[in-house]
Design a protein around this ligand. Structure first.
Ligand code: PDD
Length: 283
């Protein structure tokens, strides 16, 4: 039986009932966070808690128990028998249930807090297959730095990617590549690692931050400067990063081979070093 967390309680998931007046349902008025469990510990939980708090602050949503997220996450892992496994924990906090008004409710409202865990395959240190990606216009709002549950353009983009034999959709705003539907994106051009700078146009990815640190520590030059679509023909490597997939090489972009289409030297090095930092019971 799958156990999830809902408003302070651990319950069988199929017993959880969310109000149709929940502002998450009516307005996507909420935020979320995703962390990965590696058979004994989470990777960089501290950074995820910091980002969760920031998202809450930015949308002016109070969840007073936000510091309990790490405990909730471990408890979910335990109660679902996943301690020895790899898994992702998802948490979502919305502004709660109230009769529909665009403005916040006039009276204090408890937020709705929901979290679940999902087992992930333990791929060890194996390099995943390089993926095809679709490049699309970035039509999202200009607060992509908030991990909002309002993800319709990301969903549509990712669906179009799937329909075109791609695993991810990368976005460009006025020709400048920002990020992907659920990842950040990096390129290697002239031996330099390039990625969009932190701004309101991208989510400040925790994997992104760690990859930049690891690259710098490894003597790889990093430029946090957007890559223009016109520069794509000169890239030698490309990869996406996110919490669940870590570093995933890109094979093609809109059908055109990225570099030689194989995981490149820098991509391999960064993935290996990233994985070697994960403190696990077994690795
Ligand atoms: N997505 N950009 C977007 C739009 C994202 O949704 C994500 C994460 C990232 C990468 O961030 P991080 O390295 O902190 O996971 C970048 C999560 C995994 C998701 O929506 O499931």
């Amino acid at each position: 039986m799958e156990i999830a967390f809902f408003n302070g309680k651990f319950l069988p998931k199929n017993e959880i009932r969310i109000s149709p007046d929940d502002r998450g349902f009516l307005f996507a008025d909420g935020i979320y966070e995703v962390v990965k469990w590696y058979g004994g510990s989470f990777f960089d939980m501290e950074a995820h808690v910091t980002r969760l708090k920031r998202s809450l602050r930015e949308i002016r949503l109070q969840w007073l128990e936000n510091e309990t997220f790490p405990d909730i996450a471990v408890e979910l892992v335990r109660q679902n028998g996943l301690y020895e496994k790899h898994a992702m924990v998802y948490i979502q906090v919305t502004r709660g249930a109230a009769p529909r008004t665009h403005h916040f409710p006039d009276y204090p409202l408890p937020p709705t807090v929901y979290a679940f865990v999902k087992e992930l395959p333990d791929t060890g240190k194996i390099m995943p297959d390089a993926i095809n990606v679709l490049l699309k216009e970035d039509i999202r709002w200009s607060r992509c730095d908030i991990k909002s549950v309002s993800l319709l353009p990301n969903v549509i983009g990712n669906q179009e990617a799937r329909e075109n034999g791609c695993m991810e959709c990368i976005f460009a705003r006025n020709g400048e590549i920002t990020e992907a539907s659920h990842s950040n994106v990096f390129f290697v051009i002239n031996g330099v690692l390039r990625t969009h700078p932190e701004s309101n146009y991208i989510l400040s990815g925790i994997t992104r931050k760690n990859v930049i640190r690891i690259a710098t520590e490894s003597g790889i030059m990093v430029e946090e400067e957007a890559l223009h679509e016109s520069e794509l023909e000169n890239i030698t490597e490309a990869f996406v990063t996110n919490t669940t997939g870590e570093v995933t090489p890109i094979k093609t972009i809109n059908g055109k081979t990225a570099g030689d289409g194989l995981p490149g030297r820098i991509t391999i090095l960064l993935r290996e070093k990233f994985l070697s930092e994960i403190p696990t019971n077994r690795r």
